[in-house]
Unconditional design. Sequence first.
Length: 329
Amino acid sequence: MRNLKEICPGVILSFIIAVIATILGEKWPIIGGAVFGILIGIIINNTIGKPEKSKKGVTFVSKKVLQWSIILLGAGLSFTQVKSTGLESLSVTVVTITVAFVSAFLIGKLLKIPNNLKSLIGVGTAICGGSAIAAVSPIIEADDMEIAYSISTIFLFNIMAVLIFPPLGHMLNLTDKGFGLWAGTAINDTSSVVAAGYIFSNAAGEFATIVKLTRATLIIPISLIFAMITAYKKKKESNFNLRKIFPWFILWFLVASILNTLGVFPKSLIPHITRLGKFMIVMALSAVGLSANFKDMIKSGLKPVLLGLIVWFNVAISSLLVQHFMGQL
């Protein structure tokens, strides 16, 4: 009961910010509630500051609620839905993900960017923006500044993609399917994929959305790989405990996805579960913003943004090249 009283102020504060951010995100979907949430949190924390009594609750939301939100998003994912399109787009998806991680780690090393930050920028670009960052950050024990910076970087290129991709697609004479595959594999956030796809054409929008959902399922193996890497590093420590660092929420994400695929959840309930999961991500990222120190972010300079740009550019080019050589454009 005492713990509940201690976390309540922070939970309520994060909830209020998330409600405001969600409303703003619905009005400007290209930006999205998650970005508004983290920005509002950063502004509050770096101007008037969050109340002292809210600190424990804010930490709780940024860690635990973040993990629960991923599980709920799993309940809205059906493997049947992505099966055919997933197999068709698998080669492009695998190449672009490989390019994203290789670019992030090689260029990140050259730019001397901390491991956690380049990992989050890499996974955010490779998989699905904020959701992938949310899934991996607790596994690699990223701090709030690293989460906030990586999400802000990914957001910047989401906006650029929505503005640049459709006219470029027409200039390159891409087919609806070709553009859908390009947008679905080279744009990070789902809302930005949908926006860019439907700006190009309805057919491209539909195909891009399914490709993006397929790409999102790769959160599971990627998270487990990061868990194994973390476990290997932690093994050298005397107090190493695999159970403590294993990302159990990813396992439950998989269970929820399987149950949905098997039709256990009523179809009418799925949109509400997904909506709740997305709101909880906004709430968790609002808490991350409330913990992020803007001065610390400035110290990192523009190098992470440059890394994000290079990784995103490489992914976009590799997606087009693979399609070209496979005759899918």
